[in-house]
Design a protein around this ligand. Structure first.
Ligand code: UDX
Ligand code: UDX
Length: 474
């Protein structure tokens, strides 16, 4: 099929490249000329597993890039809209990009086409898009608006897109549902998975994915409700982790016990420094605002957000309790991205904590496998003031530091050479905001180890009241 994808961000670029891999003819449209030039020249603007392979496989063949939306609309049967939907000051989603794209599309419609929202948008957006297109005098018979929410996670976007648990198509006409069924047919009939060169199947994928056809309003709600539920699951376990700390229980054991109930499930039950990123914080707030507008006071979501903020404050308190005063302390920090596997720093809890620690007078040496360039861009002032510098490896970040903080759940941070780490640190103190290590293993390697929802562990053989430098603990 001929597909236009408007927006080449984390969602649009991944979805466009995956549609090309399914065998469709795709044109990705963006109004950022510099980004388009880079994409045409073979650069990959974001860190996503398998994306470089897909782009080089299809660039110039099944996948093109353009700034001309009208031309792309005319050449396509289906137009996906994946432009950003940032947050307004009142917490609602700002739909002005969606509206202006809809207006521009309406001027180019020259035969039956389906316009599909891929961005995360509040319920009723489909109706608004339809109204905007009709306002421009477009014949109601020559288009349909549908909602096809995307559930990919950054970092594993390509695999999530191609091996989803479910595909939701929200259509209010059978004609548009038929078009979207055709778009996803290579996945739902299983032919893509048998093709040579298909992206490798992840262990947990059950094939073929379930296709759910709903109304557009239900599809819009499915997306907001899914993200809010996952955020709630994380806040719930973070609250449980706080209780574990008070009573001396181990949150990992609690997670295993609770998550083994198949009605609950183990995924998204990892405690830490709270959720971040471009979706959960924005979507929980937006869903809260949508509910209010519809007359429902969704206070549960207020508490989800409250626990998430508190989780960062609790972690700061933990750093203080480990190091006593913070002014002038040198800290090694592992992680800048909002989670492992991505270079995205939007709403990153790691960056929030780094800013707070810098304000308290710490000096930081940070390392992240993918997000340092983006972090450097937003921390120019702190770099000039020599408050923060960036290292080439985890060991360089730890070198000479009073303590090491782990703030992002990168796989490589879970497999460090602990003896080497102990040697390079000034004091063997690790404060882990992502629970990447076993407390016993850290003790055995001589660390004082702080984590989330578990008791502090001390070096084996050293009484818990004595630190390596001989100082008595308060
Ligand atoms: C997406 C979704 O759109 C958002 O609703 C969801 O909550 C998160 O994922 P993302 O892909 O991360 O957003 O957005 P971003 O990386 O900001 O990319 C949006 C792209 O659209 C940019 O490349 C931007 O240049 C482009 N754009 C924006 C247009 O081409 N036209 C516009 O009018 C506005
Ligand atoms: C999320 C949704 O998972 C995805 O379905 C949707 O399309 C976009 O929003 P994403 O924001 O890319 O994806 O990342 P995700 O893996 O969901 O993590 C979000 C945040 O929650 C990260 O900060 C992560 O560190 C945190 N998290 C996740 C936890 O703290 N604990 C967990 O158990 C899982």
């Amino acid at each position: 099929m001929r597909i236009a994808m408007v927006g080449s961000g984390y969602v649009g670029l991944v979805a466009g490249a995956c549609f090309a891999d399914l065998g469709h003819q795709v044109v990705i449209v963006d109004n950022d000329e510099a980004k388009l030039e880079a994409l045409k020249n073979g650069q990959v603007p974001i860190h996503e597993q398998f994306l470089p392979e897909l782009l080089s496989r299809h660039r110039g063949k099944g996948l093109e890039f353009s700034s001309n939306l009208q031309e792309a609309v005319q050449a396509s049967e289906v137009i996906f809209v994946a432009v950003g939907t940032p947050q307004t000051e009142s917490g609602e989603a700002d739909l002005s990009f969606v509206e202006s794209v809809a207006r521009e599309i309406s001027g180019a419609l020259d035969g039956y086409k389906v316009i599909v929202e891929k961005s995360t948008v509040p319920v009723y957006t489909s109706e608004w898009v339809r109204k905007v297109i009709l306002q421009n005098g477009t014949d109601p018979g020559c288009f349909d608006v549908a909602s096809n929410p995307e559930f990919l996670r950054e970092g594993t976007g390509v695999t999530d897109f191609l091996f989803p648990d479910r595909i939701v198509i929200g259509c209010d006409s059978e004609r548009s549902a038929e078009v979207l069924r055709k778009v996803y047919a290579p996945m739902t009939d299983g032919s893509y998975y048998k093709s040579a060169g298909a992206i490798p199947r992840p262990d947990r994928a059950s094939l073929p994915p379930l296709l759910l056809v709903t109304s557009s309003k239900s599809a819009e709600l499915i997306k907001h409700a899914s993200n809010s539920f996952l955020a709630m699951k994380i806040s719930f376990i973070n609250a449980v982790a706080s209780i574990c700390e008070s009573v001396g229980a181990d949150v990992n054991q609690v997670c295993q016990g609770v998550g083994s109930d198949s009605r609950i499930g183990r995924r998204f039950l990892n405690p830490g420094i709270g959720y971040g990123g471009s979706c959960f914080p924005k979507d929980v707030l937006a869903f809260r605002a949508v509910a209010r507008e519809c007359g429902y006071d969704f206070r549960l979501l207020d508490e989800v957000m409250h626990i998430n903020e508190e989780q960062r404050t609790r972690f700061l308190r933990k750093v203080r309790s480990a190091l006593w005063t913070l002014r002038g302390k040198n800290l090694g920090v592992l992680g800048l991205a909002f989670k492992g596997g991505t270079d995205d720093i939007r709403e990153s809890p790691a960056l929030f904590l780094i800013q707070a620690l810098l304000q308290e007078g710490c000096h930081i040496t940070a390392y992240d496998p993918a997000a340092m360039k983006r972090a450097e861009e937003v921390m120019q002032t702190e770099i000039r003031q020599s408050k923060i510098k960036f290292a080439a490896s985890a060991y360089e970040a730890a070198n000479g530091a009073d303590a090491l903080l782990i703030l992002t759940e990168w796989d490589e941070f879970a497999h460090l050479d602990l003896d080497r780490l102990n040697q390079v640190l000034k004091y063997p103190i690790v404060i882990d905001g992502r629970n990447l290590y076993d407390s016993e293993v850290m003790s055995a390697h001589g660390f004082t180890y702080y984590s989330v929802g578990r008791a502090v562990s001390h070096p084996d053989g050293v009484p818990s009241t004595v630190l390596r430098n001989g100082a008595k603990r308060a």
